[in-house]
Ligand binder design. Structure first.
Ligand code: MN
Length: 258
């Protein structure tokens, strides 16, 4: 039996499950809030065209507005100044939108410390237990933050000193960008960087290093707890927006029945 036939059979039998890693996209979807003097993104907004009425007696449709970086979304290299000569979201090769994924679970640590930062030692410990990070694949970073995504206040977790959400330490971000074989990092939080990353050196190291290396980010994922540590396949489907710096995305994974 060829590989695709085997996959079709596995999908039909449920031996391989499709896991939806995307958050619902609505006007309630939390969005990043930057402090002054920076410009902010609008959230998601739907506008009715017609709904089985005089404007369209047999059809329902809407138009929408919203930022590229709203909800579950894809960061393309040109999103960051370090990647300004890289691909926009329409130029990302389709072959790089499907690849192997591993899940590093630091949800216990993030529950104790909302500013938890994934370290190179954490990644080394994961590799010692599960093997090397996958070439051409994705590191999915589970923190439990998806449980907060229904409520912007809980999700952004901001106090007078700024947002407190888990992320990746500077040296780990540099290593993932420059030395590891992965092509992207996926997180459950509003961005790939920690809430406190505005004060890191460099600021926003995941963005600076990964996008500068021609790699990608995925944010506001959910259901990572349904994936095994290794052996799933991630499918990221951002809109093919010409000159887009990113796009809301449907993100799916193929994983074994659990
Ligand atoms: Mn983004």
């Amino acid at each position: 039996m060829d590989t695709l036939s085997a996959l079709i059979d596995a999908l039909a039998s449920g031996a391989v499950e499709v896991v939806d890693l995307s958050q619902p996209l609505s006007e309630a979807t939390p969005v990043l809030r930057l402090p002054p003097p920076f410009a902010n993104t609008p959230g998601w907004k739907m506008h009715l065209i017609s709904r089985y009425d005089e404007g369209g007696p047999a059809w329902y449709w809407n138009w929408f507005e919203g930022g590229e970086h709203v909800g579950t979304h894809f960061d393309a290299p040109i999103h960051w100044i370090t990647g300004r000569d890289g691909d926009d979201v329409s130029q990302v090769p389709a072959s790089r939108l499907i690849g192997p994924a591993v899940v590093i679970d630091k949800s216990a640590e993030a529950a104790e410390n909302p500013d938890y930062l994934l370290t190179i030692d954490d990644i080394r410990a994961f590799e010692a237990a599960h093997g090397p990070l996958p070439a051409g694949g994705w590191l999915l970073y589970r923190t439990g933050w998806d449980a907060r995504a229904h409520d912007e206040r809980l999700f952004l977790n901001t106090d007078e000193r700024g947002p407190h959400t888990p992320g990746i330490a500077v040296e780990a971000a540099r290593w993932l960008a420059e030395e590891s074989p992965i092509i992207g990092v996926g997180v459950e939080t509003v961005g790939t960087d920690a809430g406190a990353a505005h004060s890191f050196t460099p600021p926003f190291p995941c963005h600076a290093f990964l996008l500068g290396a021609g790699k990608y980010g995925l944010t506001q994922l959910t259901n990572l707890a349904r994936l095994p540590a290794t052996g799933s396949v991630l499918i990221a489907a951002p809109l093919k927006i010409v000159r887009g710096s990113g796009s809301p995305a449907r993100v799916l994974a193929l994983g074994p029945r659990r």
